[in-house]
Design a protein. Structure first.
Length: 435
């Protein structure tokens, strides 16, 4: 089984592209079931900042083409231009980095690990995650825990929600006397509500399509729940609006926001949109009395605070490399014979490179027979060098002694030390090894 990650994130695609792949839970399950026909496995991480498919399959070329076709069908042709592909060990590295929050818009934020765990469980529920990806995810989650425990990367990390609240506080020079409207009552809204309370907001209204959820959140933070139907009367009174719903279409448009201008007497309105797809249409920001921000705007604000955690990120990166190496080594030991395949692949690659270099240096004067003789010599050297270790590993099998020898071979020949590079295909861009 080979591993593959294919997707896009805030690093490779603008918000206008990311929101095209903001799939409902039903759509996600249907996608996984189409891609994870046995023996293939798959799960999908879908957040406001990334949409990534993780796959394990014996025929990676076929599943890669299927995944590309599915994402293009769901997101449109332009989506493909922003996709990145990581295959083999590079896919493992990327997953471990994502789970450890090293690839997040907000470096060190804790929310992403929960989101990856939710994606894993959704894949299990859909029957798309079985043995191979279960082991991968268990190792990735253990790696993330180790990063949290052994580095300070998560200390005082600015979350998207806290960044939004900090920005609002700067605009108004404090929130103590301001009226705040939370639209939505999900996990992001909960985070925002807590940060608003810490920032001194005392007049906090929560509007949600399900009133009971609004009431639960309001009770937790000392706010007031209001029916969703009162949204625009609440907008008239609000100074700050924080949106994080799952609406497929914008709730606030230039027209319906402009309609409350007279009643508000054109008072400054701060609106921040933490949802993907967006709750606030981009045109709302054209109103001269409205300060409107979306998740990409918040990213710029967050970037200013990222330098302080850069050193901890380097430490975390070392831990990720160690944990990926451990997983690869243990997988090789568990499987036994695949170590031989890795070793042969490495040797054949080296031999092929050297043969091509030799043929190139000799120029065009060689006959076809001479060229084939040099190529055959390269293959013969590989076969003779690997004959004895291959025979010994096959003889002992995958029991304790075989595991010990396989593990030693993997470590001795560096089979777990050189992550494969991200691959790109037609219209697919690699993103510097990051998502």
């Amino acid at each position: 089984m080979e591993f593959l990650c294919i997707g896009l994130s805030h690093r490779s695609a603008p918000l206008s592209v990311r929101e095209r792949l903001a799939l409902t839970e039903t759509q996600q399950v249907e996608l996984l079931q189409r891609l994870a026909q046995s023996p293939n496995e798959a799960f999908l991480v879908s957040t406001c900042n990334r949409v990534e498919l993780y796959l394990a399959a014996p025929d990676m070329n076929r599943v890669r083409e299927s995944a590309l076709a599915e994402l293009q069908r769901l997101g449109g042709p332009e989506t493909v231009e922003h996709l990145y592909v990581h295959q083999g060990e590079a896919a493992l590295v990327h997953l471990f980095r994502v789970a450890a929050s090293l690839d997040s818009m907000v470096l060190g934020e804790a929310q992403i690990l929960g989101q990856v765990k939710d994606a894993f469980e959704r894949g299990q529920g859909a029957g798309a995650v079985r043995g191979e990806l279960t082991r991968v995810c268990a190792s990735a989650f253990g790696c993330a825990k180790r990063v949290r425990t052994e580095t300070a990367i998560g200390r005082a990390a600015t979350s998207m929600a806290s960044a939004a609240v900090s920005l609002a506080s700067k605009v108004f020079d404090g929130l103590g006397d301001k009226t705040v409207l939370l639209v939505g009552a999900g996990e992001m809204a909960e985070l925002a509500a807590r940060h608003l309370k810490q920032a001194g907001a005392t007049r906090l209204f929560v509007a949600n399509r399900t009133l009971a959820r609004a009431e639960a959140l309001a009770a937790e933070v000392g706010g007031t729940a209001r029916p969703f139907e009162e949204l625009f009367s609440l907008l008239t009174a609000a100074d700050v609006v924080v949106c994080s719903t799952a609406s497929p279409l914008p709730i606030f448009t230039r027209e319906n926001v402009a309609a409350v201008a007279r009643a508000r007497k054109h008072r400054t309105l701060f609106m921040v949109d933490l949802a993907v797809p967006r709750d606030i249409a981009p045109e709302v920001g054209e109103l001269d009395w409205v300060h409107a921000y979306d998740v990409d705007d918040i990213q710029k604000f967050v970037a200013e605070n990222a330098a302080a955690r850069a050193e901890e990120a380097q430490k975390a990166g070392v831990l990720v490399a160690q944990e990926v190496a451990r997983f690869v080594r243990e997988r090789a030991v568990r499987n036994g014979v695949p170590v031989l395949a890795q070793l042969r692949q490495r040797a054949e690659s080296i031999a092929r490179t050297e043969v091509e270099r030799t043929l190139s240096s000799l120029g065009d004067g060689l006959t076809e027979k001479q060229r084939k003789s040099i190529e055959a010599m390269g293959r013969a050297i590989v076969n003779k060098l690997l004959h004895e270790p291959t025979a010994r590993l096959r003889a002992v099998g995958p029991e304790h002694e075989g595991n010990r020898l396989a593990g030693a071979a993997a470590e001795l020949f560096g089979l777990d030390e050189a992550p494969a590079r991200a691959e790109t295909g037609p219209n697919v861009v690699a993103n510097g090894g990051k998502g």
